[in-house]
Ligand binder design. Sequence first.
Ligand SMILES: *Cc1c(COP(=O)(O)O)cnc(C)c1O
Length: 483
Amino acid sequence: MTTPMEDAPRSELQLSPERMHELASLASRLLIERIEGLPGEPAWRGGSRAELEALMREDPPEEGRPAEEVLERAVRDILPVAGRTDHPRFFAFVPSQPTWPGILADFLAAGHNTFQGTWLGASGPSQLEVVVIDWFRDWIGYPEGAGGLFTSGGSAASLDAFVAAREAAGAPEWATVYMSDQHHTALSRAARIVGIRPDRIRSVPTDDRFRMDLEALRTSVARDRADGYAPIAVCGNAGATNTGAVDPLVEIADFCEAEGIWMHVDAAYGGFAILSDEGRRLLRGIERADSIAMDAHKWLFQPFEAGCLMVKDVRKLEAAFSVHPEYLQDTQWGHDHPNFGDRGLQLSRSFRALKVWMSIQTFGMAAFRRAVASGIDLAHRAEAYVRDSANLEIANPASLGVVCFRFNPRGSGLDDARIERINERVQARVIETATAMMSSTRLRGRYSLRMCILNHSTTWEDVRGTLEAIERFGEEIVEGDPA
Ligand SMILES: *Cc1c(COP(=O)(O)O)cnc(C)c1O
């Protein structure tokens, strides 16, 4: 038996147990202070390249310096100069606040240096990934033979999905894919990366609520078939990033089944909304998709990176990705022992399933359901507030936590160009005054403010306070510039 020895020889890159303890305690103390202090901090900080160059540009030192100094510098000068996506008033892009068990899981996985590419390399972690993926399978309502893998995010998941779809279709030369004009650019880029020519990536028009127009899809596919193209995938949105819009998934599934085309659902944003009653209702039909991309670093409150690809028949994913080089010949344990490196483009992979598992074990599903439902509910309340306000106007109703609106006093008669300028200034003022972090978008070419409410710690006070500030800023801007 061996015992750990305090004075065992150490490499120059190792620290003593006491030093490791000290540094880990310091890191966790600083982290907890940051998280506890979030509501009192601005939701965003940034810096210009010139400022940050002055702060950080240096050659790597030949000799080391005290680790505390290095750690404190990272936490003081580098990490905070960023969007605080976990801040309760961060409503821009896609916010989320990771759970503490999820954060610790990343620490533990890094500390074990888990190699999650093969069953031989990590049997326990691979089994846990199977278990968590099976949880997702059950939430979606997928059959037994479904499976998938954790990825860095939705972009990587879409890429893997397109490869599976292309291979399942026999890799036709004239491969063509279809997505709505509200698709996330990760999708069109993934299509480009897998070799689908830009002129074969079809952008299908959407209806007045930004959902894919099925007639337009039908027409496009029929025309392409007649012209000799090979439709290999139709992508539905399950929560468009712009508006939270959900495409008519049941109709898309009917169409894809009839046409024999792979159906992919981009649920990177909205997938985990399925844990709430409203989300489940909105996402009806998702279980008929051949593949689904979901981001646990969005609505499942995990630290980056935690994307996921689910495939209804996991054998199709493995058929597209498995490779058997001689230097991995010891890793073939048979069908029941998946090598996750054979399900996607990464061989060396981190152990991402652990954070989801630890979070859910700690808090339980009921708490997660309520946390997801709360974002959806707050967005509905924000919509109601906007509709009641004489100064604000809805640009798109709340859908899966996203509400789009603009400052436009009722009966003001302001023209569109003027409204746009005012709203740009409102948006800038929200950030300058550290009221909240917001982002804007364009809906059919029209400038719109966009509030995305996902954070489980966001309260109605946070949302209402931000909407009130937007009204006030708008009024001040109009008064100051009555032209
Ligand atoms: C975030 C998002 C993506 C991209 O996912 P990443 O995790 O950023 O790679 C794709 N589609 C939608 C709808 C998204 O919200």
